[in-house]
Design a protein. Structure first.
Length: 666
């Protein structure tokens, strides 16, 4: 018997499984998941046991030196998961495997005697942590009941099933999750609930904690390393039964996993920006399959790809077409800004705002950009002021000068770098400009601006959320974070100051993103006893994404969108892999990109586009070129790409990044 070991170090030369002999004293002790010290070349290295084989690949096999973790850090399932992640997303196996390890733990710390890691006393289950589910007197709607019964039925049968829960905003998807989990726990299984970063509000955490007192572990990236490590240990030791977290919680060491929920599955933040560049939805699908668990994807605005798969029967569709308690969806009015004199706030939006303030209710104004002016041009020579390190225009922030949101570069002087002219012209609408406008128009309004500039100054998102929820402000102005997940009873007006921005992005998902944003924004209004209203300002009111959002009509949006996708052969009708080649020397980047493309072409890869400069052609001083590969399925592209990456020697100073199923083509 030999142990299969993966080295902790990551590089393309050692990205494989090595075989080691097991010394006498470790036989019967060593398990998959153990961290070990092994001889490698003339050195010793840290590695992880990922399996066992009867025959070794080489004749002269070295012996494992010692085990350095007090117990296995992962199981066979995690090994299978990491293998899939590495294969699917073109990452190193060790990189994928490290996602499963305790957060922030450096290999050598594990061997210290103070380590808190101990073997779990007993597997979690009915005999483990006692289940105390708080009683709820909430009456489900017939549709909620139907959805819940379908999920319970599958849990009873103990089989794996994939659901898409399509529910309009305010239709009570979370309640379905909660009751499904409560049922699951009585069967001795554990649950994982994934939500987008922005939606993991104190409100949501509290709701879960109240329902499952003492059984919840929360995991997200804003926790300190120590907090995350503690949560990891509690989960590992079976002290909690339900994990609620953002995308990295997917790798929590949950045993006996019976249900995975991915809420708002379309969210762009579900895609990892680091290798392996996994999409939480796709990875959760695989993880559910490995664990034979039930998967529930939930959304009011499913990704077009997801809905397509539901239509074709891959996902079982459950529908919540109405808000709870027969509350109506808010009426949406689109204001044609071409007919307005004031392009910041239309007459209709001002009227409604005035009324809301008079009635003592609350309003949310969504602005897509932060800052004050988002574009600055020199009057003398016509130069658009750009960041010297990025191909991004600079934003004007009062008190700070000109700022690049791509890299943080800022310059206090308002001078043209080309002609030294001091007469600049300012354009564009950011959150701070709307804040000033509303303050001037309604001097008595209590305004709260919630965007990244405001958050970095004060404590946290929680502070903003609770200030607004407690009514300390009556107008909330902000970027995306104000339209996702907020559920405040007195919000009766949502104003979308500019709805068009996303439509003009050079991305085939532009219409989808716009529709999702508008629907989510509209979803914040009138969620409780007070009826709500939504005003969308647009220069392009006839666009189908706006029209469908105004009518709360996902189906009509989908029908239009899917026909475009088919016509242009974009996902779900094709699969994409994006290669991003970057470096500080533009000519060199271009040359490497061209070499890669030529090599791929010789492998007869169909649907190769590029290389072309990326939309953001330069970022933090790095030039960026893009190659897009499009295929009927990934298997059509994969072999040629793998061969190309293995054979083309890329200079050290050039980075080649592989993004499978990219969500962002900028
Ligand atoms: Zn100038
Ligand atoms: Zn910059």
């Amino acid at each position: 018997m030999f142990a299969e070991v993966v080295l902790s170090k990551v590089s393309s030369e050692i990205d494989k499984i090595y075989h080691y002999a097991i010394p006498e004293n470790l036989r019967g002790k060593i398990q998959v998941g153990h961290q070990v010290i092994v001889p490698f070349g003339r050195r010793q290295d840290v590695g992880y046991v990922v399996g066992f084989v009867k025959e070794a690949e080489v004749t002269r096999v070295k012996e494992i030196i010692k085990i350095t973790s007090p117990c296995p850090l992962f199981g066979k399932e995690q090994v299978e998961f990491a293998k899939w992640l590495a294969y699917y997303y073109f990452s190193f196996f060790a990189t994928a495997l490290k996602l499963m390890l305790p957060p922030g733990q450096k290999p050598k710390e594990l061997s210290s005697p103070q380590s808190r890691l101990k073997s779990p006393l007993s597997p979690p289950g009915i005999e483990g942590k006692e289940v105390k589910v708080a009683e709820t007197n909430l009456r489900l709607t017939p549709e909620q009941q139907k959805a819940l019964e379908a999920i319970k039925g599958v849990i009873d049968q103990g089989r794996s099933e994939k659901f898409l829960l399509c529910g309009v905003t305010g239709s009570g998807k979370t309640e379905v999750y909660l009751q499904a989990i409560a049922y699951l726990l009585t069967k001795g299984k554990n649950a994982l609930v994934l939500v987008p970063e922005i939606a993991l509000t104190p409100q949501l955490i509290q709701r879960f904690q109240e329902r499952f007192p003492g059984l919840i572990a929360v995991l997200h990236s804003h926790m300190t390393l120590k907090q995350r490590n503690q949560a990891w240990l509690m989960i590992y030791q079976g002290e909690t039964r339900v994990v609620l977290g953002t995308r990295s919680a997917l790798f929590a060491p949950i045993k006996n996993l019976g249900l995975i929920v991915v809420d708002e599955e379309y969210e762009v933040s579900y895609k990892s920006e680091k290798s392996p560049r996994y999409h939480t939805r796709e990875a959760a699908l695989k993880w559910a399959e490995i664990n034979k668990a039930v998967l529930i994807l939930g959304s009011a605005t499913p990704a077009v790809e997801t809905y397509y798969l539901a239509e074709s029967g891959f996902y079982r569709k459950l529908v919540l077409p109405q808000r709870i308690d027969q509350r109506p969806l808010p009426p949406v009015e689109i204001v044609d800004m071409r007919k307005e004199k004031d392009f910041l706030l239309s007459r209709r939006l001002r009227e409604e705002l005035k009324e809301v303030l008079a009635k003592g209710e609350q309003a949310i104004l969504f602005v897509n950009r932060r800052g004050f002016f988002t574009l600055v041009i020199c009057r003398r020579c016509g130069l658009v002021l750009e960041c010297p390190k990025c191909s991004l225009s600079l934003t004007y922030l009062p008190g700070k000068g000109l700022v690049c949101f791509g890299c943080g570069y800022s310059v206090p002087s308002l001078v043209c770098p080309r002609c030294q002219g001091t007469e600049l012209k300012y354009f564009g609408v950011g959150t701070q400009r709307i804040e000033k406008e509303v303050a001037e128009m309604f001097p008595s309004a209590r305004i709260l601006r919630w965007d990244r500039d405001a958050v970095s100054k004060s404590s946290s998102h929680e502070a903003f959320f609770s200030a607004f929820a407690q009514g300390k402000a009556n107008v909330l102005i902000g970027t995306q974070m104000v339209i996702k997940g907020l559920d405040v009873a007195k919000v009766t007006l949502v104003g979308v100051v500019s709805a068009d921005f996303a439509l003009h992005l050079p991305d085939f998902r532009a219409a989808e993103h716009t529709f999702q944003l508008l629907t989510q924004a509209a979803g914040r209004a009138g969620r409780h006893h007070l009826p709500g209203k939504v005003i969308i300002q647009s220069f392009y009111p006839e666009h189908y994404a706006l029209q469908a959002a105004a009518h709360h009509d996902y189906e009509s949006f989908y029908q239009k969108e899917i026909s475009y996708r088919k016509e242009l052969n974009y996902p779900p009708f094709s699969k994409l892999i994006c290669l991003l080649i970057s470096g500080s020397d533009q000519d060199q980047v271009k040359k490497v990109a061209q070499e890669l493309a030529n090599f791929l072409k010789r492998r007869e890869v169909q649907g190769l586009l590029g290389p072309v400069p990326a939309v953001i052609a330069r970022r933090r001083g790095q030039w960026r070129y893009r190659i897009l590969l499009k295929g009927k399925d990934l298997e059509e592209i994969r072999p040629a790409l793998a061969e190309t990456l293995a054979k083309i020697v890329v200079p050290k100073e050039i980075k080649v990044l592989v993004d499978v199923d990219p969500v962002n083509l900028l």
